[in-house]
Design a protein around this ligand. Structure first.
Ligand code: PGA
Length: 229
């Protein structure tokens, strides 16, 4: 099976021209690539490049008085196939808890799209030996009532944007733990400072959730090249 690469652009780049530049030369025949750009670029990127598009967030109600929100249904109508949920930046900055994340996952599945649930521990939680409890709670509460397979991304928070990726051994242990603590045959991705130097450290993962390196087309292409050799 082709590796799955989810490019999480976060709040980048500033223009549509920039977005096209980053994504118009990706080797799409080699890997399943899903670009998750800011909402405002979704429709145009889909039309201009016809690439796989995901969203970085969603809201569970279909429409109505929810200022500033974008519904899962709206995303589906724009051609989005995947939605990232529970990214640590949403958990930390926007105070999204497991209950909110669970509602989002259910709305994504209801619309027939694929959720990418991010789980991961902070540096403090890791150092105080709480990793397994944190991950278990995120999985249990995030997936309550979810009765089909999804994509789960292990993204240790201390690894995101830090340049320090999780070691191969620990990532493998987490992979086994996720499988033990979930019911379905979910695809499991690794995310957190993935680059062309460390991407071969995670052979049993189905793919990667990539932030910074996915904004650099040379580096992103190199990563794809390496994992598909
Ligand atoms: P990073 O981000 O690859 O820049 O560490 C990953 C993410 O936040 O999803």
């Amino acid at each position: 099976m082709k590796p799955l690469l989810i490019a999480n652009w976060k709040m980048n780049p500033l223009s549509l021209e920039g977005a096209i530049k980053i994504s118009n030369n990706l080797p799409r025949d080699k890997a399943e690539i899903i670009i998750c750009p800011p909402f405002i670029f979704i429709e145009k990127l889909k039309k201009i490049l016809d690439i796989g598009i995901g969203a970085q967030n969603c809201f569970w109600e279909e429409a109505g008085a929810f200022t500033g929100e974008i519904s899962t249904l709206m995303l589906k109508l724009m051609g989005v196939t995947h939605v990232i949920v529970g990214h640590s930046e949403r958990r930390e900055i926007f105070k999204e808890n497991n209950l909110i994340i669970n509602k989002k996952i259910k709305s994504i599945l209801k619309e027939g799209l694929t959720p990418i649930l991010c789980i991961g521990e902070t540096k403090i939680e890791k150092e105080s030996g709480e990793t397994w409890d944190v991950l278990k709670k995120q999985l249990k509460e995030g997936l309550t009532g979810v009765n089909r397979d999804i994509i789960i991304a292990y993204e240790p928070i201390w690894a995101i944007g830090s340049g320090i990726a999780c070691s191969s051994d620990v990532a493998e242990e987490v992979m086994v733990f996720i499988k033990k603590n979930t019911f379905f045959d979910n695809k499991i991705l690794y995310g957190g400072s993935v680059n062309s130097n460390n991407v071969t450290d995670y052979p049993s993962f189905s793919g990667f959730l990539i932030g910074g390196a996915s904004l650099n087309p040379v580096e992103f292409n190199k990563i794809i090249e390496i994992i598909t050799q």
